[in-house]
Ligand binder design. Sequence first.
Ligand code: PMV
Length: 328
Amino acid sequence: MAEFVTAVAHSNIALAKYWGKRQVQGNLPAVGSLSMTLSGLYTRTSVRLNPSLNQHTIWVVDAEAPNAFAERSKHFIDTVRQMVDSDAYVEVRTENTFPTGAGLASSASGFAALALATTEAYGVKLSPRELSGLARTGSGSASRSLFGGFVEWHRGALEDGSDSVAEPIAGPDHWDVRMLVVITSEAEKQHSSTDGMNLTRDTSPYYDAWLSTSPQTLKDMKAAVLARNFDRVGELTESSCLQMHAVMLSARPGLLYWNPATVALIHAVRAERAAGLGCYFTIDAGPQVKILCRPEHVERLRERIENVPGVIRILEAAPGPDARVERA
Ligand code: PMV
């Protein structure tokens, strides 16, 4: 039997957010986005062809069964299988170093690692750009997890999506900043982001405003990251996050991803900032709060927020590396 191929991909957090699809098929985004890849928070996925199987077997370590990621993975693997016109099914073992499905972008690192490991296992050679486009079809934000450092995912305009791929704008060594990931719930999220995005597009009176303001935010964010302008990046990060949550909240029924601890953390971050500590929050489709800060402020900030009611634990990440295949 073939050997397992193992790939590792890191999670990413958008500083300029993606919300909304210009086409659901292939996860083509309505807006471009920009993220930071996270060191320490990653998915490790091993794949091998197994001729004795008559369907794919997916084992998600520590996941509750049935697992939504496992089901989506099967369709994803079939697209790769069709590329090479193979009859072979695969065995997959995948493991996250952080909670699955709670707004922590586990589908981003998950589909990026799966794209890399599956193409290697089937012997398909793709460029990083093509791998990013493939990962996007599993989960939009996965397109960004192929690359380390600071990454832009282009909206693109082509119907086949071939121009909607991510590319690194600066590597992990460009800027020594930190992202604290504050966990306030370890429950699986209730709605898929696709359902949330469709509901927002179909019912929010503010959706067009979100589409028209996002490109400028992205442009400003890119310039601020390249200039390492911390306060500018922080201000744009909070603004993009709050604009995204405003459009989510204005759907009918409104999408509210926050819990009381999420709100308490927003206030805590702003209070620390008023007291002179440079820190800025961002929140995705879940209740966790991610805080952008400088390395020298991590300890002080941890002390201030660990006692906020509802905080379960705090993870810390620096800009992380590219996705890669691990050779035994
Ligand atoms: O890639 P998805 O379908 O998990 O969508 C993620 C969208 C947000 O995390 C809310 C924002 C983003 O740009 O990552």
